[in-house]
Design a protein around this ligand. Structure first.
Ligand code: DI6
Ligand code: FE
Length: 414
């Protein structure tokens, strides 16, 4: 048989996206604004971003797209979700408004344990279908990168299954998914009174999860109703042995000194942070840890203690904003609503909130290649029916996202 000459690989196509108003979020100029902008994409990557008048001479793009003067931003990053779970807690919400206490509901098998039971009872196919439907709602608002935590399986088998479902979402949807192992979310009933033994088991599960390529980061819920500082540190030590980055649900309901511990382990982010102290802020600033604020949980739990935004700002801690989508404390599927609520509830400026759902959201996931429009970054961007991104911080219950490009390819609008 004659050896066949391989076909030369086709050159990665070059696309020109012109006539755009760009909020690049790159650099420190307001919004990284470019009034008459253009983008060049080569495959999955942005090859060039700038003033249209400065486009390199002699370009021969394979395709040209006229954006008609529309606003273009980076694709949005939702850096904290618990998207994979069975059932919902709408009936519990209703019972509470009818006067039942949290304890009544917990005694009747409700709360987080109800979600764990429903998650374990669901098939992988059901978990995938319900999570995919939720992901599509987030995607319709321009989300191109999504973090998904486990934490409703709480056994070796069920935690791995939830992480595998999250991985499958990333394979089958035009969406980048980052997975976080959160076995230390709650104590399952079978370990009642044996939290330290549960942590020992959860640390062991990580090794197998990593061997199967299921985990990008490790998280824990450090709280009186979650796990102690010492138990959290054991989870971090297990992650460190596997060279996995850590994150933490820290200082949500009380000051557990979790942020300072997480900073010692060079955490990517500490999340919630309503009860964060000055020393926690200093530790995060020193470690380059992102503060991920979650206005959905603050609102739904009717919290009154605000996260220390002024002090975070003064210390130069980058702030991310995420949905914390979960059935118990933040059943929202709108990152744009969180952008708005970061301004109304937490007093972020519209630009700070936008950086929170783009460049700083990416940073909270350890990703430097997205959340900005600049040469070399991923070609993930959203096209909006708006004059300026501050409009999305101002309006609420309104989605002006018109087109989304993910990895250089336009996504079908759902
Ligand atoms: N913090 C929360 O508010 C949720 N988990 C967490 O770590 C509550 C999760 C639930 O109730 O299902
Ligand atoms: Fe959470």
């Amino acid at each position: 048989m004659n050896p066949t000459t391989p076909e030369p690989a086709p050159a990665t196509p070059l696309h020109l996206w012109r006539h755009a108003r760009l909020a690049t979020m790159a650099g420190s100029e307001p919004w990284g604004w470019i009034e008459r902008g253009a983008l060049l994409t080569r495959g999955e990557t942005l090859a060039w971003v700038g003033e249209e008048s400065a486009l390199p001479a002699g370009l021969a793009p394979d395709a040209e797209h006229d954006l008609g003067g529309a606003l273009v931003t980076p694709g949005l990053v939702d850096a904290h979700t618990h998207l994979v779970y069975g059932g919902d807690r709408a009936a519990e919400f209703e019972q509470r408004l009818l006067g039942a206490s949290y304890e009544d509901i917990a005694r009747a098998g409700g709360g987080i344990r109800a979600t764990v039971a429903a998650t374990r009872a669901a098939s992988s196919e059901q978990l995938f279908a319900s999570a995919a439907a939720r992901a599509q709602v987030l995607m319709a608002e321009g989300v191109t990168t999504l973090e998904i935590k486990s934490g409703y399986g709480l056994s070796a088998e069920h935690e791995a299954r939830c992480l595998a479902v999250a991985r499958r979402l990333g394979r089958e949807l035009p969406l980048a998914v980052r997975t976080t192992s959160l076995a230390a979310h709650a104590l399952p009933a079978e370990y009642a009174g044996r939290a330290d033994n549960y942590i020992t088991a959860a640390c062991a599960w990580l090794t197998e999860q990593q061997a199967q390529g299921l985990v990008d980061a490790v998280d824990a819920f450090c709280e009186h109703i979650g796990f102690t500082l010492a138990q959290t540190e054991r989870i971090f030590q297990a992650a460190q042995r596997l060279a996995l980055p850590v994150k933490l649900h820290a200082e949500q309901l009380s000051d557990m000194r979790g942020a300072a511990l997480a900073a010692r382990y060079r955490a990517l982010s500490c999340d919630h942070l309503e009860y964060l102290s000055a020393s926690g802020i200093a530790a995060m600033a020193g470690a380059g840890t992102v503060a991920t604020l979650l206005p959905g949980a603050f609102y739904f739990l009717r919290e009154t203690k605000l996260p220390p935004v002024d002090a975070l700002r003064a210390a130069g801690v980058p702030i991310a904003i995420a949905t914390d989508h979960n059935p118990g404390s933040s059943p929202t599927l709108s990152l744009l609503l969180m952008l708005h609520m970061a301004c109304t509830l937490f007093r972020l400026t519209p630009e700070e909130a936008w950086r929170g759902v783009t460049v700083n959201g990416a940073r909270a996931l350890g990703l430097a290649d997205r959340g900005v429009l600049r040469a070399g970054a991923r070609a993930d961007f959203a096209v909006w029916d708006a004059e300026h991104p501050r409009e999305m911080a101002y309006r609420f219950g309104h989605n002006p996202c018109r087109r989304v490009v993910f990895g250089g390819v336009e996504r079908a609008t759902p």
